[in-house]
Design a protein around this ligand. Structure first.
Ligand code: ATR
Length: 282
């Protein structure tokens, strides 16, 4: 019996999910830390999410990650949602407690902030305003992360005005909605720029954003990781800005999830980064 209890399963539930790089990341850490377990792909259709979640304790899973299209739907299906996930409005990690209780968490804010800090250890929230482009699910996690770090002003701009406006109303505090037409000028005086849209992703057009007004000391980040250097990051690098690609966020959100299941906070090492990077050729 002792052997079974030491073998831990985790996985990523999504539809489709075959493209996920999470198994590479988590299985690397399982091996690195000499743990007994496995991280597997869990293709689950939306109408079977509830059944699949309820099966996790029965099958001996320590938990799972959730990806498209399950991150919001799971809010109503788990037994408890932690306050951070509630604020973000999405669950990317489920932890199965000893009694089978399902707890929903979100590690994306942690992932984004840790990625910034690993890449640019001198970055501080107090350096000045941040401009966030996009108002979807990823944007919510990034904004919560920036707010909790104490960024004094967050200029949120989105193609659809209503989403930016509603998000600014909901979060309040430092978050201000900026009309899409004013996005270029909103870069003046910013210390951080982050793209949370899909623009610049492989197969998509580049983000329509002119960087001329952005100070060259500002940090520019993208949460996209295919390609690793999006056209926005390339333009920023060419004009002298420091840049942070999206692979770091993927690795760091995984660290917190791994810790929740396996009890060890693993590292996002250059070796792991290179291993995942090798799988990113479009
Ligand atoms: P995610 O969960 O990855 O954030 P999402 O919730 O679908 O995905 O959000 C996608 C974001 O990309 C939105 O901010 C979207 O803008 P809209 O709210 O106007 O749809 C943005 N986006 C998608 N296509 C875009 C485009 N062509 N130009 C600018 N923004 C775009």
């Amino acid at each position: 019996m002792a052997i079974e209890t030491h073998y831990k399963l985790a996985g990523v539930m999504g539809w489709p999910v075959a493209h996920s790089r999470s198994p590479v990341i988590h299985n690397h850490w399982i091996a690195e830390h000499g743990l007994r377990g496995a991280y597997v792909l869990l293709p689950v259709q939306p109408d079977q999410l509830a059944q699949a979640l309820r099966a996790l304790p029965v099958l001996g899973f320590a938990g799972c990650n959730l990806t498209i299209p399950h991150k919001v739907a799971a809010l109503d299906l788990v037994d408890r949602v932690d306050p951070l996930a509630r604020r973000i409005g999405a669950i990317n990690t489920i932890v199965v407690e000893a009694d089978g209780t399902l707890v929903g968490r979100n590690t994306d804010s942690f992932g984004y902030i840790q990625s910034l800090l690993q890449s640019q250890p001198d970055w501080r929230a107090t350096h000045g305003p941040a401009v966030v482009v996009g108002a979807g699910g990823a944007s919510r996690a990034v904004i919560v992360g920036l707010m909790d770090q104490g960024v004094p002003e967050i200029r949120l701009t989105n193609r659809s005005w209503a989403k930016a406006h509603d998000l600014a109303q909901e979060f309040g505090g430092p978050v201000q909605a900026v009309p899409w037409a004013e996005r270029h000028a909103a870069l003046a005086g910013a210390a951080l720029l982050v793209n949370t849209t899909n623009q610049g992703m492989y197969g998509e057009p580049e983000l329509d954003l002119c960087l001329d007004d952005l100070p060259t000391h500002a940090l520019v980040s993208d949460i996209i990781y295919v390609p690793l250097e999006t056209p926005m990051l390339a333009a920023a690098r060419q004009r002298g800005n420091s840049t942070v690609d999206g692979l770091g966020m993927l690795l760091h959100q995984a660290r917190a999830a791994f810790e929740a299941w396996f009890g060890v906070l693993p590292a996002a090492t250059p070796t792991l980064r290179a291993k995942v990077q090798a799988t990113l050729i479009p």
